[in-house]
Design a protein around this ligand. Structure first.
Ligand code: PLP
Length: 466
């Protein structure tokens, strides 16, 4: 092969993929006999593969990303115009779209004030971790360096982000991990028996679950704990919203022990949970760091942001006697202007098309449809989520809540795929078990799209579980 084949020569594309591409999160052995799937085109909620087959995408590009849907001309034009004018300069200098988007963003995040641009969710999280470590050195003689993370939460694939990873199956065989990351329990009401809190419910359970974090802080010594990093609604760990009472107590605990609160909005941010721009805003939380990536520009350009407060910012500039009085970090592609140019237009679309409201309305419809399926298929043990971010947990037995074999969850996904509907299945924090079907259609989804998704799931559950 000379490497200069035409993009319309699909058989050569497939051949080159099979010969040279290392797909993400993917077992390659089956590709020795099967064709890889190449997504050739997208429009709205739909994508087409190399065989011309149409799919309704119920997972926004596979991983909660394409929030405003495919084929958005205005975003492409904004990016084109910006790149022709000025494509890149390191973020030690500013850029026009960088400033504009930062102001738009901060306007939607009362209490926050500074935006640090970077490339990926993992990297945005690492920037916050690094700041916590530097603050520990600057203010606490290096002592307050520990970062707490939660069972079932995920913060990225780089090694420090994995050190803060609460999904064990992702971490197996990749250790040793970075020191100074400490796990706290989750707050999943459906599996509260795993926390020993089966006798509590509602707000009492929420407060008790948050108190489990305090127990870890006291065990570790509060003077050594610098930050607590949490997803507002846990994504890959099973689509889990915290119970009533949880967040106010978490905030109280952080304040009591002078612990910075880091909210990872990589999945939830920019409208995914409906009504509010960010997941944490549903719960009245006042974070010190907010990280975001996927939906910021809906995948039209790579962009991630680490957003913090003026209080944190000041810690890195107000001590003139310290020669290390600044955040000594750079992210080369944090200076690409395509990201903020796309993000500006992405945010305008969400506003102009009232997509936060659509997300709430269609999320309610998806939730209701899934609950109806729960009445019909006893394999669905729980339905949960927020906005267009919903999960249906599959259990072999509703009483014991024993998860179904991961292959069965994957069989449901495959059956939906054969019907032309792409859904996902998330991980459980035990090696080898996948058991929560995951739905995160674009915020533009219509009632017909939602019904088609749940019809496909209905058919698939019937065939896989009888
Ligand atoms: N944080 C959360 C909650 C995520 O779900 C992910 C990725 O799925 C990340 C961080 C990492 O983002 P990225 O893959 O852009 O590094």
């Amino acid at each position: 092969m000379d490497g200069t084949f035409n993009e319309n020569d699909i058989s050569r594309v497939v051949e080159a993929d099979r010969a040279h591409i290392w797909h993400h999160l993917f077992q390659h052995k089956p590709l020795e006999t099967n064709d890889p799937r190449i997504i050739v085109e997208g429009k709205g909620m739909r994508v087409w593969d190399q065989k011309g087959k149409e799919h309704l995408d119920a997972v926004s590009g596979g991983v909660w990303t394409v929030n405003v849907g495919y084929g958005r001309e205005s975003i492409c034009k904004a990016v084109y115009n910006q790149l022709m004018k000025m494509n890149y300069f390191a973020q030690s200098a500013g850029s026009i779209p960088g400033s504009i988007f930062a102001e738009m963003l901060i306007d939607k995040m009362p209490g926050m004030s500074r935006v640090y641009y970077t490339n990926s969710g993992s990297e945005a999280n690492e920037k916050a971790f690094k700041m916590v470590r530097q603050i520990a050195h600057k203010r606490y003689g290096g002592k307050k360096y520990k970062i707490l993370y939660r069972d079932r939460d995920y913060h990225g694939g780089t090694l420090a982000a994995m050190s803060a990873g609460g999904q064990d199956e992702r971490n197996v065989q990749y250790g040793p991990f970075a020191p100074g990351f400490v796990r706290v329990p989750h707050c999943m009401e459906y599996r509260k028996h795993e926390l020993g809190l089966e006798n509590l419910s509602g707000e009492d359970f929420g407060i008790a679950a948050a108190n489990l974090i305090e127990e870890v802080i006291l065990r570790e010594d509060p003077d050594t704990v610098g930050a607590l990093c949490l997803e507002p609604v846990t994504a890959g760990g099973g689509v889990i919203e915290a119970p009533e009472g949880y967040w106010p107590r978490v905030q109280e605990i952080c304040r009591k022990y002078d612990i910075l609160l880091h909210i990872d909005e990589v999945v939830c941010g920019v409208g995914r949970t409906g009504t509010e721009w960010f997941g944490y805003q549903h719960y009245g939380v006042e974070p010190d760091f907010v990280t975001m990536a996927k939906g910021v520009a809906s995948g039209y350009a790579a962009i991630a942001c680490m957003v913090t407060t003026e209080r944190v910012f000041d810690m890195f500039k107000d001590d003139a006697s310290d020669p290390l009085n600044y955040f000594r970090d750079i992210s080369t592609f944090g200076g690409c202007t395509a990201g903020p140019a796309a993000a500006i237009e992405n945010m305008r679309i969400i506003e102009d098309e009232n997509l936060l409201q659509n997300c709430t309305d269609m999320g309610a419809r998806l939730d209701a449809n899934l609950r109806e399926l729960m009445g019909k298929h006893k394999v669905i043990g729980d339905v949960r989520g927020k906005g267009l971010f919903q999960g249906a947990e599959l259990v072999a037995d509703r009483d014991t809540k024993e998860p179904v074999d991961e292959k069965l969850g994957q069989a449901v996904v495959a059956d939906c795929m054969a019907q032309g509907v792409i859904i996902g299945v998330t991980n459980r924090s035990v090696p080898g078990k996948n058991n929560t079907l995951c739905f995160s259609p674009a915020l533009i989804a219509t009632a017909d799209d939602i019904d088609r998704i749940t019809e496909a799931v209905d058919g698939a559950l019937g065939r896989v579980f009888g």
